[in-house]
Write a protein that binds this ligand. Structure first.
Ligand code: AVJ
Ligand code: FE
Length: 425
C-alpha cells in the first residue's frame, strides 16, 4: 500500500503546483473581484487550505485548529461571493504561508495513514482524494475567474492534436437495455455518484462529438436568439432580460465572429466544441436542430460502463485519449481523439467541454450523504442542471464517467458546451 501513499503525495504536490501557478500574479489581481459571480482569487487559494485543514488535520488527524479565527471567512456558505472582497481575508502572502503550513502537517497525517483502516474517511485514502479533487475543482474555478478578468498572459496554453475529417455517421445509436449507473467501487467517487444502480433506457441516438462553434453559429445566424419557439419560457425570459445573442465572450465584427480567450481575440474556430453557453442556450439549440439534450443516464450509458470512456486504465496515455488537465487553454477540435472513443464509438465524452444534460441534480436511489451535506445534498432539487465529462481545465483525478457536476441553467462562465440526442422514432 505504499504505492497508494506515494501516489497521493505526488498528486498533492502536483495540485499545489497548479494552484500556485493559477495565482502567480500581482496582489492586485489576486485581491480584486473580477466578477460578482466569482470570489477574489486569494479567497480560493486560502479556502483550499482551510478545507484541507478541516478534513485532513482536524477530522482525521485530530489536530487542534491552526487559525480558528479565520474559519468563517472561508466557509463557502457564510458570505456570498460578491461580499468576499470586503472581508478581512488573508493577504496573498499570508494565504500562501497558511496553506503551506497546513500542507506540511497533512503530509504527516498521510505518513501515519493505514489505507486498510475501515473508517470511511481513511479507507483507501478517501479524505486525500476529497481534498485533491476539491483543490482541482477550485483551480478550474480560478481559470474561469481569469477568463472573466479578460487579462492576457496568465494562462498556460499548449498544443493539441488536430481535428478529424467530418464523421460519416455523426450520430451513434445506443440500443435499448439495462445498464449500471453510478459506482460502488471507484475509491474516491463522491457521495452523489453512489450507489451503483440499474437503469433501463429505451434505444436512443447521441451525437458522436460535442456541438461545434460552426454548427452553433448557424443557429445564431438563423435568428435563433430572436425566436421564442426554441426557448423554454424561463430561457426566453432570460434572453429578453439580458439581451444575449451569442455565447459569452463572442463578438461580431461585420461578417466575422471573434471570441475572447484569456485576453486574446481570435476568430471563432469552426471545428472546436462550443463553450460558454448556458443550459438554456444548449436546450434552445437542440430544439432548433430538431433534437434534445441527452439525460445524464443516456450520457453515462454512452460511455460504456468504464471509469473513462476508453477503459478503466488511468490517465497514463491521456495525451492521445482526451483533452484534460489544462494541457492547452481551450477545447480540441472534434475528431481529435479517436482513441478516446467509448465502446459505442462516442468521442470526446471526457475532456474538452463540460456537457449540459437535460437532468436536474437529484440523488440516486439509496443516496447517503458523505462526508457532509453541503457537498451535494443541499443542492438536490429542480434548481441545478447536471453537467458531465469535464473540460480541458479539469484534472483527470477530478473527473470520470460517473462524475456529476451541476450549475444554474443561466451560468456561462464555466467551460461548458453540450451534445444533442434524440429518441428512436
Ligand atoms: C461541484 C463544481 C459545483 O464549485 O461549487 C467546491 C465544487 N464544492 N467546493 C462548486 C465544490 C465545494 C462545486 N461544483
Ligand atoms: Fe470549496
Amino acid at each position: 500500500m505504499t504505492g497508494l501513499k506515494d501516489r497521493i503525495a505526488a498528486e498533492l504536490a502536483a495540485v499545489r503546483e497548479r494552484s500556485l501557478a493559477c495565482t502567480d500574479a500581482d496582489d492586485d489581481v489576486l485581491t480584486r473581484q473580477h466578477s460578482s459571480l466569482m470570489s477574489p482569487l486569494v479567497w480560493d487559494l486560502a479556502h483550499v487550505g482551510n478545507y484541507e485543514e478541516l478534513w485532513v488535520l482536524r477530522e482525521v488527524g485530530g489536530i487542534e485548529p491552526l487559525r480558528p479565527e479565520i474559519d468563517h471567512l472561508y466557509d463557502a456558505f457564510k458570505y456570498p461571493r460578491a461580499d468576499r472582497p470586503s472581508l478581512p481575508l488573508l493577504t496573498p502572502a499570508e494565504a500562501r504561508k497558511y496553506i503551506s503550513g497546513v500542507r506540511g502537517r497533512v503530509l504527516d497525517v498521510l505518513d501515519r495513514l493505514d489505507p486498510a483502516d475501515p473508517d470511511p474517511l481513511r479507507a483507501g485514502g478517501f479524505v486525500f482524494g476529497l481534498v485533491l479533487q476539491h483543490e482541482h475543482q477550485h483551480d478550474e474555478t480560478m481559470l474561469a475567474t481569469l477568463q472573466l478578468s479578460r487579462r492576457p498572459g496568465l494562462v498556460r496554453d499548449g498544443e493539441l492534436p488536430p481535428g478529424g475529417a467530418p464523421a460519416a455517421d455523426p450520430e451513434v445509436h445506443i440500443p435499448a437495455g439495462i445498464f449500471s449507473m453510478g459506482t460502488d467501487t471507484v475509491a474516491w467517487a463522491y457521495d452523489n455518484e453512489r450507489p451503483a444502480h440499474r437503469r433501463h433506457l429505451p434505444g436512443f441516438w447521441i451525437d458522436r462529438h460535442p456541438v461545434t462553434c460552426g454548427a452553433y453559429l448557424r443557429f445564431v445566424e438563423d435568428g435563433g436568439y430572436r425566436d421564442p419557439r426554441w426557448w423554454l419560457p424561463q430561457g426566453w425570459e432570460w434572453v429578453e432580460r439580458t439581451g444575449v445573442d451569442a455565447p459569452l465572450f463572442w463578438t461580431r465584427d461585420g461578417d466575422t465572429w471573434w471570441r475572447l480567450r484569456f485576453g486574446r481575440e481570435e476568430p471563432v474556430p469552426p471545428d472546436e466544441p462550443v463553450q460558454h453557453v448556458s443550459w438554456y442556450e444548449a436546450d434552445a439549440y437542440a430544439r432548433w436542430a430538431g433534437r434534445r439534450l441527452p439525460t445524464e443516464a443516456e450520457w453515462e450509458k454512452a460511455c460504456g460502463g468504464r471509469e473513462y470512456p476508453w477503459g478503466d486504465a488511468g490517465p497514463a496515455d491521456l495525451a492521445y485519449r482526451a483533452n484534460l488537465g489544462h494541457r492547452a487553454a481551450r477545447p480540441a477540435p472534434v475528431g481529435a481523439y479517436p482513441k478516446g472513443a467509448s465502446p459505442y464509438g462516442v468521442e470526446q465524452l471526457v475532456g474538452d467541454v463540460w456537457e449540459w444534460t437535460d437532468s436536474w441534480f437529484q440523488p440516486y436511489p439509496g443516496f447517503r450523504s458523505f462526508p457532509y451535506k453541503e457537498y451535494s445534498e443541499v443542492f438536490f432539487g429542480e434548481t441545478y442542471r447536471v453537467l458531465r465529462g469535464g473540460s480541458w481545465a479539469t484534472h483527470p483525478s477530478a473527473v470520470r464517467t460517473t462524475f456529476r457536476n451541476w450549475d444554474l441553467p443561466i451560468r456561462r462562465q464555466i467551460f461548458a458546451g453540450f451534445r444533442c440526442a434524440r429518441s428512436e422514432d
